[in-house]
Structures are given as C-alpha cells and as structure tokens.
Write a protein that binds this ligand. Sequence first.
Ligand code: MLT
Ligand code: ZN
Length: 469
Amino acid sequence: MSAGLVAALREVLGDRGLVADGDDLEPYLRDWTGTVVGTALAVARPATTDEVAEVVRLCAAEGVAVVPQGGHTGLNGGATPRHDGPSVVLSLTRMRRIRDVDPVSDTVTVEAGVVLADLQEAAQGVGRLFPVSLGSEGSATVGGIVSTNAGGTAVLRYGMTRDLVLGLEVVLPDGRVWHGLRALRKDNTGYDLTQLFVGAEGTLGVVTAAVLRLLPATPRRATALVALPDVGSAVALLGRLREHAAESLTTWELVGRQALDLVLAHVPGARDPFAQARPWYGLVELAGVDQGALDAQLEGALGAAVEEGLVADAVVATGSAQRAALWVLREGVSEAQRVEGPSVKHDVTLPITGLADAVAALAPRLDAVLPGVRLVTYGHVGDGNLHHNLTAPVGQEDALRAAAPELTAAVYDEVIARGGSISAEHGLGRTKVGAHQQRTSEVELDLMRAVKSAIDPAGLMNPGAVLPG
Ligand code: MLT
Ligand code: ZN
C-alpha cells in the first residue's frame, strides 16, 4: 500500500516535490525542541493548491493520515508526525507566493509557505506593517502562524494572529477546496468558518493561503530595559506605561534572572547592561511615527515608575544597535535554554491581576518536586502569558525527565485554579492533548469533537493533535 501511494504522489509532484529517503526525511520528523520524533511514509512538497488537494485525495483514498507542516518551529509537536500509524507529512514550504499586496484596502494575500519575515518585509515595501513578531520569524510560515494562532511580542497592541486573518483558502479532508479568500472587514454571513480553521493546527484541513490585515507603519521606536524588584512591579509598570504611552505601547516583556543568565552564558555578544544583578527585567517598546513624542512618553512612564519604586534601574536604547542588543536579552532565551540542555516547557496565561501571586506560589511547589530545579520564567507579561520553562539542576537531566509529569501537573493545577489557560500561544500540538483533556469540561470537549467529526469524519487530518487520535 505505501509503495503504491508514494509512487502515486511522485507522479503528481515530480521528484522535486517528494522526499522519501531516510536521511532526507529526518528534519521533517523531529521537532525544534528535539523531543518529539515521529515516522512518515514520505514528505509531500506541493507547489500549488491543486497539488495539495491531489495529495490529500490520494492519502484519503488509502486511509493515510496527513500532517501539515510549515517552518517546523512549533513547540508542542503539532506539525511532527506520530508513530502509531502511517502518515504523509505535507510540507507547504514551496508555496511561497505573495499573491497580492493592496495598500488601499490594507490587505495582503499570501500562500501558506511564505516566511513571516518575508511577509513583514513585503508590508514594509508598501509603507505598511504586518505586526506579528516572533523569535522564529525567520523560519515560521504563514500557514503555521495561522494554524497555531501564533502570539509573540506585539500581541499587547495588535492581538493574536487570529485578529489579523480576514479570509482563508483551505483544502478540506476530502480534497475539496474552500475558496474563502475574502478581503472584507465586515462579513456577517453565518458561522465564522475562517476563524474555525485558525488555531486548528491542521486538524480540520490544510490552510494553503490567507488574506491578512496590514496596519499603518510605525517606523520610530523607543526601547528600554528595566530592572525590577518583583513581578508585582512589572504589572504595576504596565499601568504606568499605558497611562503615559496609550496606544504606542507595543511590547512589555519579562525576563527572569535565570533566563538572563542563560542568554549571557550562551548567546555570543550578549551583555548585561546593569552593574548590579536583579531578580527581574522588563523590555518595553513603544512604536509610532513621532520620535520626540515616543521618547517623551517613555521618559514620563519610567520617571513615574522610578519615583514609585517600581523600577530599580533602567537603560534606554539610543540607537538601532543598542536596541538590537537589548532585544537579544529577551529573544535569545529559548535558544540559550536549548543549548543549556533539556527543558520542560510551559506556555500559560493568567488574568494579569493574579500574575505576581501565581509566580510566587509556583517556585516553592516546583522546588518541592525537584529540589534545585531552575525555573526559567520569561515572556509576555503584558498579556498575562508567561513561559515557566524548567531546566535541570546542573548534571540532573535524568531527574528532570523523571519529574517532568509531576512538575507540569504542578504548573497546570496552579494555573487552572487561578482561572488561567495551559496553552496561551503555542497551541496544544501533540504534547498537551492529555493535559487539556484532563482539565477541560465535557461540554467543551463535546463541542470540539463534534466540529472535528463533522469536517474530518475519517480522522485523517493531523490525528493526535488538538484531540486524541
Ligand atoms: C518565547 O516567547 O520566546 C517562546 O514562545 C517561548 C518558548 O520558547 O518556550
Ligand atoms: Zn512566547
């Protein structure tokens, strides 16, 4: 069966569009973290929507699962194939066309394989902004950010990817194409099908193209790194920043000391701008069109915060090189932690009012499970979304692996008890499905299963992601 399917796929896609050999398959089968590894009969690399539809039809006819994949930078294994059953990975990376850029209606129509950084550049080329901004933007693709409803470092101002999607083109599980590429701000025609596919992680169909909103460009920036005594000060400072900067406030990110230490240890050229070590740091950025106004807003907010004792120290970037040096201290954390060794990742949100108490409660709980575990907390404090990523005490990687389920349960139980979510911006992928099932009401799960079985009755679209396979 599999040899016949591979031969049929080769006939549709040609040699360039198919990867079927052991070594060449490897990068498609192992996720960025290196911990989720699967198997696949082949990787299909179609170049057009019609080819995607043909691949899906051929797989459906053979009862073979389809696992859509973009830049493969996801953190929960949602685009990495499973072990338990035959799959074809459907890589969208050859669908790289920017079909249309329209600065009058402020929209862009792009194919799924367009890399986020290229989309940002295309928007810039017409004096506009595509505001989704992520550490992985040099590899992450449109299909991936739409399918995971990616967040990032500018959500505070612009919302999640979902807020920027106007229309989609989707290949359905039976191979039909839904042509939903509408570029309309207003469209109240029944169920919101577009939003159903956003964040569905390829379990309802394959997103092949999207119409996305563009925003006015904000080429001027004011950026600062502040040293903070505690998380409560970070939350209070968000208030001051909003009062002084209003809509200009784009980024308010937190970096814990353990996270900063990893960046300083592993990212070449990274440097601590402060003379004294502090427990927490915040990266703040305002963006707009008037440099003088942004500088005054930042100065006003920081001045008020220093007076109140919220900020212990601050450095304001004086040029683009210094700005980049400050951003490295935030965006370098994930990679630095990966270099340090295995970690147990968490991506949780809480109502921001309770954030400081939750962080304070978490540290002793985790230490009780694995004494000395390094709690690398950082992330998007402005959205209440923090990453509590755990690194082993030096030399105790096996103990970390053994304690991982208990550590994760401690984080999730604390978060759920405080009204939060166990997946803020990374999706459920494969690695969080069990935890989600345990902590979600039957009513909610029933609705999710009903949607899945209505659209993908054979269960062949990315089985095992979002819901149990
Ligand atoms: C980030 O914000 O840097 C990532 O979403 C966190 C991670 O890699 O766990
Ligand atoms: Zn994040």
